[in-house]
Design a protein around this ligand. Structure first.
Ligand SMILES: C[S@@+](CC[C@H](N)C(=O)[O-])C[C@H]1O[C@@H](n2cnc3c(N)ncnc32)[C@H](O)[C@@H]1O
Length: 293
């Protein structure tokens, strides 16, 4: 049987809709375009185009994966963040658009530093796909980044992305649990950035299957309260953050007050600032380490 694009798209939309995929129409078109190696507008422009059999088989397999609720970005091995393309697979969290607020805020603080000419040292805890580190490196040519993750498989993905974006010479990768005890070079940083796991284990099951069945749990779940990783991050960051340096964190829904308290309780930070996302929710928090300790 020969299928044209219109028939294939309709077949796929029906399957994805029955599987409760909210974006069934968009996903069907995107996967169809991908399977025939054409831009998406081709699908709308040539509905009568007859799909070669081998492409049709590829397409059907992609649709069956999506119908099992595998995220489309894992199927395509690609996700855009900060207008850059990132390779992604199931070893890394799919970068979220909200995390761009952290980049925005970092750039604002970094650019307002008086001695802008000096190369800033940045530590990225939980690098995942490398999206934060690489966006930072692309924006500021003098910055150097040290990127840590507890997952060796995630580090492989981050390295691949750093190579693709030609920033390998300004980033070093390190396997570790938050702040590794051993030697890090440099040992003190101007900025510590992190989008850590922040979901409470009890909330996990209420999330969409795209997340619970496919994304790495180590990237998502923090512990019973969701705040466990922040507690450690905020106290241990003092080992590595310069006086006057900034800690910038992405935060989860409903966590602002508790995280502010953790920052206040440490007694080491001033200039706490909250950034709200486009939905009006607190999304990023920054705190400056007091100059005199
Ligand atoms: C929410 S994901 C963020 C990934 C990426 N930075 C982003 O913004 O999309 C959290 C990352 O932290 C890593 N991670 C979790 N616990 C960690 C720990 N104790 N030490 C270092 N990295 C950790 C996970 O492997 C994951 O890559």
């Amino acid at each position: 049987v020969v299928w044209n694009l219109e028939k294939a798209a309709n077949w796929a939309k029906d399957i994805l809709q029955k599987a409760d995929v909210a974006t069934f129409g968009l996903d069907a078109d995107v996967l169809l375009a991908h399977a025939i190696n054409r831009p998406r507008r081709f699908v709308f422009t040539y509905p009568d185009y007859q799909i070669p059999l081998e492409n049709l088989e590829v397409f059907q397999k992609l649709i069956f994966r999506r119908a099992k609720r595998e995220p489309i970005h894992y199927i395509l091995n690609n996700r855009e963040f900060w207008s850059l393309e990132f390779f992604v697979n199931s070893n890394v969290l799919i970068p979220r658009p909200e995390t761009e607020h952290l980049i925005d805020h970092f750039l604002e603080l970094a650019r307002s530093q008086k001695n802008e000419q000096r190369s800033l040292e940045v530590l990225d805890i939980g690098v995942g796909s490398g999206n934060i580190s690489i966006a930072v490196l692309k924006e500021l040519p003098l910055v150097k980044v040290t990127a840590i993750d507890i997952s060796e498989d995630a580090l492989e993905v981050a390295k691949r992305n750093a190579k693709n974006h030609d920033v390998l010479n300004r980033i070093q990768f390190c396997l570790g649990d938050l702040f590794p005890k051993g030697d890090l070079f440099p040992d003190q940083f101007d900025f510590v950035l992190s989008n850590p796991p922040y979901i409470a284990s009890s909330e996990f099951d209420s999330l969409e299957p795209e997340i619970t069945c496919f994304e790495p749990k180590v990237a998502l779940i923090s512990g019973k309260t969701g705040l466990e990783v922040y507690e450690r991050l905020i106290s241990e960051t003092l080992l590595r953050l310069k006086f006057g340096g900034y800690l910038i964190l992405e935060i989860g829904d409903g966590q602002l007050e508790q995280i502010k308290n953790l920052i206040d309780q440490s007694g080491e930070f001033a200039e706490v600032f909250t950034v709200f996302d486009y939905a009006g929710k607190p999304r990023t928090i920054s705190a400056r380490r007091k100059i005199n300790g």
